[in-house]
Design a protein around this ligand. Sequence first.
Ligand SMILES: Nc1ncnc2c1ncn2[C@@H]1O[C@H](COP(=O)(O)OP(=O)(O)OP(=O)(O)O)[C@@H](O)[C@H]1O
Length: 410
Amino acid sequence: MTRPEGTPPAATGPTREPATGAASGAASARPRPAAPAGLAELERRAAARRGRPEYGHDALISCDRLVRVFSTDGVEVQALQGLDLLVAEGELMALVGASGSGKSTLMNILAGQDVPTAGAAKVAGRDLLTMDAKARLGYRRDVVGFVWQQTTRNLLPYLTALQNVTLPMQLRGGRRRAERTKAAGELLSMLSLDHCRDRRPHQLSGGEQQRTAIAVALANTPSVLLADEPTGELDSHTAEQVFGAFRTANAELGTTIVIVTHDQAVADEVRRAVAIRDGRTSSEVLRRTERDSATGQESLVAREYAMLDRAGRLQLPAEYTRSLGMAHRVLLELESDHIGVWPDHTADGAARTRGEGGGDGVSGGGSGGGSGGGDARGDSDGGGAGPVGGAGPVSGAGPVSGAAGEPGAG
Ligand SMILES: Nc1ncnc2c1ncn2[C@@H]1O[C@H](COP(=O)(O)OP(=O)(O)OP(=O)(O)O)[C@@H](O)[C@H]1O
């Protein structure tokens, strides 16, 4: 997991400082994890949960344990493996991930062009699993707009830019020709494309084609604009202009925008970039403006968060687990303000780790168990007290941390 340059360590990442004696001393006063809940307690919790609002009830896009399995020639590929994602109305966010991680599969589902195998997906109140063919058609026409990477896929070659933008309005119906022309002209103006109105796609540059495609996708004022690698075929300067068009649409029209991208420059421009790994959301980089209380100077600060899914699963970055020789099994300890994650130092745990070539797990290990937790980094994204939690009695309100050495051994 790469951390954005010049940013503080991930709020959820393990601390790298060696354990200190002071921390070791504090370890002896650590609260112990609660005992396993009895049946009565579990019933009480289930009853309490029934009164809670539905997962993602206030999100515009909500994916809950989304699964998509493809079967080809008797071979099954799990493209999405229980993916959770919430996107708030009005967000402009990016989805990033290695090739084959499931980004396009997710986008096709959100676009109403594919149906998930299991789980739940809702966009603007529409249930993407249960929609019938007619509802799906209406959804694609009215609720979502789509911009593809290949410019040729976005525009009809024999229509001018203006005609391309008016076409979706015409297909939907309900507006007179003059109204359609006026609205399409306004969209092109908003995206600085007045000069392209009467040109056909082959008379436009790649960037102008993509910006026209954004205008087409916005023609029926969708709630959500989805874009799959929209800058993939463009040079960096042109890509910047196309991203500017998304930003304008988001700011001027309030459209919620989700962009799949490999382009780090685009991912760096958005306030929230969600990484997908192996068909699940694995981490998020959140950016926000912070003001230095001493100088009053504002700067953009990026922090990386690991995602905790609905089942309480957390993907620890491979870079972190490798550096501490963590494999197969880790020791968890509930602290007052975070959860400690420790290498497994039991005899069979160490042997297993060696067998896997995962390192000895104790390099640089301190004798104390101080996790350096209780990090005072606050977070006004609401991430400081909340994102770390776990199934059952394990929950926390701070960074997950671990350090080489036995917890509480000091
Ligand atoms: N129609 C399909 N039939 C079979 N397997 C598929 C199909 N579509 C996608 N897959 C498989 O699902 C996995 C996820 O593919 P997907 O295209 O969603 O990844 P991606 O993250 O968008 O990759 P890229 O960045 O290269 O576009 C891959 O292993 C892919 O081979």
